[in-house]
Design a protein around this ligand. Structure first.
Ligand SMILES: Nc1ncnc2c1ncn2[C@@H]1O[C@H](COP(=O)(O)OP(=O)(O)OP(=O)(O)O)[C@@H](O)[C@H]1O
Length: 346
C-alpha cells in the first residue's frame, strides 16, 4: 500500500538571497496510513513548517509531496481545499473562537462545509461525547481548563471525519496529568477511528508514550527516523541521544557516577534492559549463576511500545574472576557499561 503522506526530497525556503532560511531541507519521509508518527526537534528545527506543508498552509519550494494519493505540489487552490478537508489540525494554543460556545466551535467546520443545522447538532453531540465534555456544550472557552480546551480542539479537528490529524505541540501548554489524558485521547482517536496522527513535539516523553515511529529534525533535516523502540534503544545522532536522555534519566551522569563511586567502592556496571530476540536479560539470574552479589544503585525501567526498556546500575561484589565472567556473559546478551572500581575507572 502506498504511504498516506510521502515527502520526496522536499525543501521549503523562506525569503531569498542572503536572508533565505531553509526551514525544511531535503526531507524524504513516508508516513503510513493508520500509524502515529512523531516529529521531534528543538525550537526552529522546522517541525511546524514540515506539517504545514502537509495541509498546504505553506507551499513546497522544491521536491514532491504526496498526501492521500495526491501530489499537493501540483494542485490548484480549489483542489487543495479538498485535500485540507481530509486533514484535521490541533494547536498548542487551542485556537478556539472565544465568542462561540464549545458546541459552536465544534460546529464551525461543519457549517463551513455546508451541513444542515440538524446534522450539525447531531454530529456535535456525538463528538463532545467522544472527547468526554458533553456537559460543557454551552460553556465558553474562557470557562474551560486547558485540557478541556484541547478536547474541544480535538473534537473540532475531527468534525468532518478526516483521515489525518496533525497535532502541533498539542500538549505543550498542559500540566503532566492533563497531558496524559490528552495523549490517551489521541491514542483512542488513532486506534478506534483509524485516524493517522502526526504529532510534533519537543518532548521525548510525548514520543515515548504515543508514537509508533519517530523522525528527529535538526536544522530543517530529518537526521534520524525509525520505530520509536529502535530509536530509543540505539540512537545514532547526538541530538537523538540528548532527547532520549531527557525522558529516561535511567543512566547516571558523570557527576552521579562520582558520587556513586564514593559510596560504593566495588565494581560498578550499567546493564541495558531491553527486549532482544531472546527476550529481556534476567540480571538476577545471571548474578546467581556466577555467584556474584549485586546491589542496585541507580536505574529505571519503563515501557516503550509495550516493551521493557531502561537500565540498571549495580555495584558488584565477589571474586574478580567471577565478576569478569558475569560481565562477559551479560555483554553477550545486552549492552554493558563498565564504570570500574573506585579509583580505577574501567
Ligand atoms: N513564515 C516564515 N517566514 C520566514 N521564516 C520562517 C517562517 N516560518 C518559519 N520560519 C523559519 O523557519 C525555521 C523553522 O521554523 P519552524 O517554526 O518550522 O520550526 P519548529 O521546529 O516548528 O520550531 P518551534 O517549535 O519553535 O515552532 C526557523 O528558522 C523559522 O524562523
Amino acid at each position: 500500500m502506498a504511504p498516506l503522506i510521502s515527502f520526496q526530497d522536499v525543501s521549503k525556503v523562506f525569503g531569498s538571497g542572503d536572508r533565505a532560511v531553509r526551514a525544511v531541507d531535503g526531507v524524504t519521509l513516508d508516513i503510513e496510513a493508520g500509524e502515529i508518527f512523531g516529529v521531534i526537534g528543538y525550537s526552529g528545527a522546522g517541525k511546524s513548517t514540515l506539517v504545514r506543508l502537509v495541509n498546504a498552509l505553506e507551499t513546497v519550494t522544491s521536491g514532491r509531496l504526496r498526501v492521500d494519493g495526491r501530489d499537493v505540489t501540483a494542485l490548484r487552490e480549489a483542489e487543495l481545499r479538498s485535500v485540507r478537508a481530509g486533514i484535521g489540525m490541533v494547536f498548542q494554543q487551542f485556537n478556539l473562537l472565544n465568542s462561540r460556545t464549545v458546541a459552536g466551535n465544534v460546529a464551525y467546520p461543519l457549517k463551513v462545509a455546508g451541513w444542515s443545522r440538524e446534522r450539525r447538532a447531531a454530529r456535535v453531540a456525538e463528538l463532545l461525547d467522544y472527547v468526554g465534555i458533553a456537559d460543557k456544550a454551552k460553556a465558553y472557552p474562557r470557562q474551560l481548563s486547558g485540557g478541556q480546551k484541547q478536547r474541544v480542539g480535538i473534537a473540532r479537528a475531527l468534525a468532518t471525519s478526516p483521515r489525518i490529524l496533525l497535532a502541533d505541540e498539542a500538549t505543550s501548554a498542559l500540566d503532566p496529568d492533563t497531558t496524559q489524558d490528552v495523549l490517551a485521547l489521541l491514542r483512542r482517536v488513532n486506534r478506534e477511528l483509524g485516524v493517522t496522527v502526526v504529532v510534533i513535539t519537543h518532548e521525548m516523553d510525548v514520543i515515548r508514550s504515543l508514537a509508533h515511529r519517530v523522525a528527529v529534525m535538526e536544522a530543517g533535516k530529518v537526521i534520524e527516523h525509525g520505530p520509536v523502540y529502535d530509536v530509543f534503544a540505539a540512537p545514532r545522532e547526538r541530538a537523538t541521544r540528548r532527547f532520549v536522555a531527557t525522558t529516561l534519566k535511567d543512566r547516571p551522569t558523570p557527576e552521579a557516577v562520582e558520587r556513586l563511586r564514593h559510596r560504593h567502592p566495588g565494581r560498578i556496571i550499567t546493564v541495558g534492559i531491553r527486549e532482544g530476540a531472546g527476550g529481556s536479560v534476567d540480571v538476577t539470574a545471571a548474578l546467581r549463576a556466577h555467584g556474584v552479589d549485586g546491589t542496585i544503585v541507580f536505574g529505571g525501567i519503563t515501557e516503550i511500545d509495550e516493551r521493557p526498556f531502561g537500565s540498571l546500575t549495580l555495584e558488584l561484589t565477589g571474586p574478580d574472576a567471577a565478576i569478569d565472567a558475569l560481565v562477559a556473559d551479560l555483554r553477550d546478551r545486552t549492552d554493558v557499561d563498565d564504570l570500574g572500581i573506585a579509583g580505577v575507572p574501567a
